[in-house]
Design a binder for this molecule. Structure first.
Ligand code: PGA
Length: 251
C-alpha cells in the first residue's frame, strides 16, 4: 500500500517564532488525523532546527523546500543535502514550479539535486505541473511527461522508492483556482503510467502522488477520493494549523 501524505509547504512565510508556534499547534492537533496519514511540514531553512525541536517525539515529519545541486564548497548562499540531513530533516521538496520559474531550475539541475538528496537518505517530494498556456494549448501531458522522464528516469528503482511526486498545475497554485478532481485524477493516472514505463507497475503503484494547488479543507475530500491521488502538497492553507489538519482528515 502506498502512503497517504499531507505536506505543508510554508514557502517564504512566517518568522522563526511564528513557525515554531505553528509547528507546535500542528503537533497538538495531529492526534485527530488517522494514523495511516503521514504529516509533513516544510518551513524555510532558517526555521528548520527550531521546528525540528518542536516536532521531536511527534508524528510530524520535517521537510526542507530546496537544496543545493552541489555537494559542498564555495557556493555562497546555498544549503546542501548533507546539511539538511544533519538537522535532521527527512524530506526535501525539489522542482517546485516557483523554483523552476523564478530561480531557473532546469530538469538537468534537478537530477543533480535529487541524487544528492537521496545520497543523504532524504526522501524527495518532486514537483511537476504545467503552466496555464501549456494546458490551454493541450500540451500538459507532454510537459509532465518530460518533467518525469528527464528527471526521474535517471534514478535506479531503489532511489525511486524514496521519491514522492507532487502534481501542481501552476495555474492552480495560490490562485484559488483548483483543478477539478477529474482533471487532477487524469494527470495523476498519466504520471503513474509514465512511472510504470520505466520502473514497472508495482513500483508505480507504490509511488505516492500528491495534488497541490489551492487545496483547502473544502475541496480536499473530493480530490483525495480519487484513485490516483494519495494526498496533498498544501501551500496557503498549511499556514493555519486547523486548516492543515482538516485537510489531513479528508481521506
Ligand atoms: P497553494 O500552494 O496551496 O497555496 O496553492 C501549493 C504549492 O505551491 O505547494
Amino acid at each position: 500500500m502506498r502512503k497517504k501524505i499531507v505536506a505543508g509547504n510554508w514557502k517564504m512565510n512566517t518568522v522563526v517564532p511564528q513557525g515554531e508556534t505553528l509547528a507546535k499547534e500542528i503537533v497538538g492537533l495531529s492526534g485527530e488525523v488517522p494514523s495511516d496519514v503521514t504529516l509533513i511540514v516544510a518551513p524555510p531553512f532558517t526555521h528548520l532546527s527550531r521546528v525540528a525541536e518542536a516536532l521531536k517525539g511527534s508524528r510530524v515529519a520535517l521537510s526542507a523546500q530546496n537544496c543545493a545541486d552541489k555537494e559542498s564548497g564555495a557556493y555562497t548562499g546555498e544549503v546542501s543535502a548533507k546539511m539538511l540531513a544533519s538537522v535532521p530533516v527527512e524530506y526535501v521538496i525539489l522542482g517546485h514550479s516557483e523554483r523552476r520559474e523564478y530561480y531557473g531550475e532546469t530538469n538537468a539541475k534537478l537530477v543533480e539535486k535529487i541524487k544528492l538528496a537521496l545520497a543523504e537518505n532524504l526522501s524527495v517530494i518532486y514537483c511537476v505541473g504545467e503552466k496555464l498556456e501549456e494546458r490551454e494549448k493541450g500540451e500538459h501531458f507532454n510537459v509532465i511527461a518530460s518533467q518525469v522522464k528527464e528527471v526521474l528516469f535517471n534514478l535506479t528503482a531503489e532511489q525511486m522508492s524514496k521519491v514522492v511526486i507532487a502534481y501542481e498545475p501552476v495555474w492552480a497554485i495560490g490562485t484559488g483556482k483548483t483543478a477539478t478532481s477529474a482533471q487532477a485524477q487524469e494527470v495523476h493516472e498519466f504520471i503513474r503510467k509514465t512511472v510504470a514505463e520505466k520502473f514497472g507497475k508495482d513500483a508505480a503503484d507504490q509511488t505516492s502522488i500528491l495534488y497541490g494547488g489551492s487545496c483547502k479543507p473544502g475541496n480536499a475530500r473530493e480530490l483525495f477520493a480519487c484513485k490516483d491521488i494519495d494526498g496533498g502538497l498544501i501551500g496557503g492553507a498549511s499556514l493555519v494549523a486547523g486548516d492543515f489538519i482538516a485537510i489531513a482528515k479528508s481521506f
